[in-house]
Design a protein around this ligand. Structure first.
Ligand SMILES: C[S@@+](CC[C@H](N)C(=O)[O-])C[C@H]1O[C@@H](n2cnc3c(N)ncnc32)[C@H](O)[C@@H]1O
Length: 388
């Protein structure tokens, strides 16, 4: 149960989009935390509240950081309420705060997880009323203290969500574009390509600019968490303002000025180029990206080879499939004819992968917005070596 002192370590679970667990695990190890287990949607570690702060500021592929508060047993909603009410919530939740309960529930007596959320919320505010004579406001906003309920059969885990709203909402994508890539997926696929800012990166079809912006943040070691201001942790009674300030200052210090090589982004749609530029301004990296309005095949390539990443439309959401297949064939031709010597990547829905017409050296599965996607890697040899 949660009796926190600043140096006490507690179980921390970072959650992520399905499939990003291995990327997240690597990031957590880079923060000098021990990875205890990795699964499809998250990573378990242990740490202090300061470690939690580090995770919030530095992780590029995480959604939430859950600090375990208590494990209890409940067979039904009444027991859930009673057992939750026994816990010392007043130690972590301010009486004048705003509370949101979110959940993942798999219990045969519960058909609607909202009902379980309400039971937990009622138990917490009843407890606070008894202890403080005052109850926190509550509702769905998620911008105050956030309690996460995981309930499977009779096992209940209650955690404090140190992030609050999803960490993938970095705050820079004010103009989302037509079919934007989630920021955490963009970061993961850049990690997969081995991108570190020392060689050029070209992102034709950049849309709202997510891949280029995430690349600029990575190349200059800017922690993405510095871009947003509101976190669940700031609404805990245990929040240490000084430690948070120190962590933010340290995080800022690690940023370097410029990437070692150019980042180029282009799109055929002038509105998208404008949106990407504005988003890059919000992220503070507009001066690190060269934007162009053109067909992907006209994107200017630096002399020195690097990495090119194309994220085309999928058809299910935009455009017609046959037309798209023609475009994917053109994308394959562009890679083969103009990008020899480069590391070529296409991110797309699995069923469109074949339309590119090149033999992929690797096909890395990603789930994006519920769509089965692939990051296809092409070794684009110079001269006649290119297969396919
Ligand atoms: C799936 S979206 C890219 C989303 C982007 N990764 C993001 O996060 O916003 C595909 C983009 O390709 C652009 N596009 C479509 N046809 C194009 C072409 N022939 N040349 C260049 N861009 C094109 C669209 O305008 C759209 O912005």
């Amino acid at each position: 149960m949660n009796q926190q002192t600043p140096n006490m370590t507690r179980p921390l679970r970072a959650t992520c989009a399905p499939g990003l667990g291995p990327f997240l695990a690597r990031e957590i190890e880079d923060l000098d935390l021990t990875v205890e287990s990795t699964d499809h949607t998250g990573v378990m570690t242990h740490g202090t509240l300061e470690d939690g702060m580090k995770m919030l500021l530095h992780l590029r592929t995480a959604f939430h950081v859950l600090q375990r508060f208590a494990d209890i047993r409940a067979v039904d909603a009444d027991m859930l309420h009673a057992e939750t009410k026994r816990l010392p919530w007043e130690r972590v939740i301010p009486a004048d705060g705003y509370l949101t309960v979110v959940s993942s529930v798999n219990n045969e007596t519960i058909t609607n997880s909202m009902f379980a959320n309400v039971k937990v919320k009622d138990a917490i505010v009843d407890r606070m009323q008894e202890v403080h004579g005052k109850r926190p406001d509550s509702g769905p906003r998620g911008d105050g203290t956030v309690v996460h309920l995981f309930w499977k059969n009779d096992q209940v885990r209650l955690s404090l969500d140190l992030a609050g709203t999803k960490l993938s909402d970095r705050g820079y994508r004010r103009i989302p574009g037509k079919a934007p890539m989630r920021e955490t997926i963009a970061a993961a696929l850049l990690m997969e390509t081995g991108y570190d800012g020392t060689t050029p990166l070209v992102v034709p079809m950049c849309g709202s600019g997510t891949i280029a912006i995430e690349a600029a943040l990575m190349a200059t070691k800017r922690p993405p968490g510095l871009l947003r201001s509101g976190y669940g942790i700031q609404h805990l009674a245990t929040f240490d303002e000084d430690a948070w300030r120190t962590q933010r200052v340290d995080a800022k210090k690690q940023s370097t000025g410029k990437p070692g090589a150019p980042i180029i982004a282009s799109d055929i749609d002038p509105a998208m180029v404008e949106a990407a530029k504005k988003n890059a301004v919000t992220a503070g990296v507009d001066h690190l990206i060269a934007f162009h309005e053109c067909d992907f095949s006209q994107t200017p390539l630096p002399d020195k080879a690097g990495t090119v990443i194309l994220h085309g439309e999928y058809g299910r959401r935009l455009g017609d499939l046959d037309e798209l297949k023609t475009m994917y064939k053109r994308m394959g031709d562009f890679l083969k004819q103009q990008c020899s010597g480069w590391n070529g990547y296409v991110f797309t829905a699995r069923e469109l992968a074949g339309a590119i017409g090149l033999k992929a050296a690797r096909r890395i599965p990603f789930e994006h917005g519920g769509i089965d996607c692939r990051l296809l890697k092409y070794d684009l040899y110079s001269g006649t070596k290119q297969p396919g």
